[in-house]
Design a protein. Structure first.
Length: 321
């Protein structure tokens, strides 16, 4: 059976095609009785209104090219963005940059823009939809997608206590990285009122300074049973260093990472870690950008902050006491 058209309805009712179109679109120019008659005929004939093709937009995806620590997360984010772009039929133009001048030049093209990584400052051109997938400055004027990493680290601290750990070391490494510092503070806040729990913050040169710092910490009287590393790469190196000084993981001490990178399952024991939901962040960033394209943000409206929850992935590097 051929598809029912406006012309079919017009011939069935005995009115013009113009009258049918105005009736079904809810526009003026026809009487109420004609509108009701046309709508009834459309239902009886099984008319299905055609869906107008969705306008597509070329999306600029800019990844930070000086962020090797988070490169695996960036790949996941990129995968999520590309997946949504394919699903919705929007072309993606992807590039790597970090200099403000480069970002300004890209933004002048007028294409909707997704920034992945610690790009700063923001582009000076602000008349196009833009979303940032990264940490931002307080009240930075841009829509943001990020992971609830502090919440996850607080939950990890509570999980460690539930497993019997009372002397915990947070390995911040070189220090100076905002994400690691924020996660330490989140764990500290979660554990501060739990009696008998000690949380140490250990900074050390990441190019070989862990053993000296760890030895000094134990010499001060600390007896840590679990080490929480700033990322999985640090955790993998720490496991190797602990083995070198005669400590086995998790029999003598547990180790937890952050990120759930490929290395987490390529080491023995496999690493307990927090999985950063990169692909989900990419999907959310693309969906928010499309919303801003279709319904631009009024000048008086607030910017969005969207948090995607990570997961604690328990493997063999963490043992209960």
């Amino acid at each position: 059976m051929s598809r029912v058209t406006l012309q079919h309805i017009a011939e069935h009712v005995g009115v013009s095609k113009y009258a049918v179109s105005r009736s079904l679109s809810g526009k003026d120019g026809v009487s109420e009785s004609t509108r009701r008659t046309v709508e009834l005929a459309a239902r009886e004939l099984g008319y299905v209104a055609p869906v107008a093709p969705r306008q597509t937009h070329r999306i600029q995806l800019v990844l930070h090219d000086h962020d090797p620590v988070n490169s695996e997360v960036q790949i996941r984010i990129q995968r999520g963005i590309q997946r949504e772009a394919h699903r919705t039929g929007h072309p993606i133009e992807m590039q790597w940059a970090h200099e403000p001048g480069q970002i300004d030049e890209i933004s002048r093209r007028g294409d909707p823009l997704i920034l992945v990584g610690p790009h700063a400052p923001l582009p000076r051109v602000r008349n196009t939809p833009m979303v940032k997938v990264a940490s931002i400055d307080p009240l930075e004027p841009i829509d943001q997608i990020t992971s609830a990493s502090s919440e996850a680290t607080a939950a990890l601290g509570l999980r460690l206590v539930a497993l019997g750990h009372r002397d915990i070391v947070y390995l911040e490494g070189n220090g100076g990285l905002r994400g690691r510092a924020d996660r330490f503070l989140a764990m500290q806040n979660a554990l501060t009122d739990i009696e008998g729990v000690k949380l140490h913050r250990l900074r050390f040169p990441e190019d070989g300074g862990f053993v000296d710092a760890f030895t000094a910490l134990r010499a001060s009287g600390a007896q840590p049973t679990v080490l929480v590393a700033g990322n999985d790469w640090m955790a993998v190196g720490i496991i190797s260093e602990l083995l070198r000084i005669g400590l086995r993981v998790p029999r003598d001490i547990s180790v937890v990472g952050y990120g759930d990178y490929a290395a987490a399952t390529q080491i023995t024991p496999q690493l307990t870690t927090i999985r950063v939901p990169g692909e989900e962040m990419g999907i959310a960033a693309f969906q928010l950008l499309l919303e801003r394209i279709e319904r631009p943000r009024p000048d008086t409206a607030s910017y969005r902050r969207v948090l995607i929850c990570p997961q604690i992935i328990e493997r063999h590097s963490l043992a209960p006491l």
